[in-house]
Design a protein around this ligand. Sequence first.
Ligand code: SF4
Ligand code: F3S
Length: 379
Amino acid sequence: MTFKELEARLKELESLPSMKGNSSIPKALEEAGFSRRDFMKWAGAMTAFLALPASFAPMVARAAELTDRVPVIWLHMAECTGCSESLLRSDTPTIDSLIFDYISLEYHETVMAASGWQAEENLESAIEKYKGNYFLMVEGGIPFGDTENYLTIGPYAKTGRQIATEACNNAKAILAIGTCSSFGGIQAAHPNPSNAKPLHKITNKEVINVPGCPPSEKNIVGNVLQFLLFGKPALDVYNRPKWAYGLRIHDLCERRGHFDAGEFVEHFGDEGAKNGYCLYKMGCKGPYTFNNCSRERFNQHTSWPIQSGHGCIGCSEPNFWDTMQPFEKPLASHQFNSVFGSLGSDSMADKIGIGVLCLTGVAIAAHAAIATMKKGNEE
Ligand code: SF4
Ligand code: F3S
């Protein structure tokens, strides 16, 4: 998209009425103790995060200021609310959480005051009022079929499937927030007693998946901003935005040099662990997991699973509860359907990790092979 097209898009958003009355981002920032400089710094970081050139920062700032022009409906299905918590429960208010407060959230069970009849009425009237114009964000897996009534919500005991289908039918854009909504999550893990399904299985409309257990606060807010600025993002084979899920955890991991050098933690708490060696032999699934945690981390860039000393468990991949087990051991010989297809990248990485630990050259060659496969996959 050119600068001119972006300008036209922002102007179009500006022409829509604000849904926050006399509130505004500058006012909300001031009340929360943030300066304009803090906000522009945040916009600069968000621009880099969205993989845009630095010159786009003022446009990203403007898009953030216009997040009240598009109504958002956020539904909770079968889940733990961890995705909302990822965004809302930081130790201090962040600019991400403030933007989220500022978004015109027409319905969100965790943060709204209404309950019971009033809540159900709020949802129905928001769907009716903003028909065809709202962003729908859904958290949680959805029980389906004969066991659909394992999830009922509200005084009329509507099933989650009924509520989500109706909300999808009338939405402008649909984002599945978190692994449960994107791929079924732990609800859909074997033996899946409620026959839980991901959102895209219960609607025939396109769903953009923002997986993670939970996704970072930046991936949630970043996807809203990305949509406001550019519309539908480029997606990978699992409908994940490529700007966020285009690289493996392993590609930018801070322990990567140790992987290439064959330096591994052998037991939690050993000398290798103290030295920050690679966690592959402790079960790290970073080589098969596509997400930006190694670049962006969590809680305002504070830390992330591998920095804290545990391997990645592959939480943004489909069916990871079943396919990535055992979490604290390498995947040994079984093949895993990654975005490379069923090419046995696991067994290749295992050979690096276990068979030829000291052969740095082999590790690099294997990495080059995986990179070539990925390139081939993208072409
Ligand atoms: Fe990092 Fe895990 Fe890759 Fe090791 S295997 S470099 S800990 S992502
Ligand atoms: Fe999940 Fe792995 Fe990131 S476990 S949070 S994708 S480091």
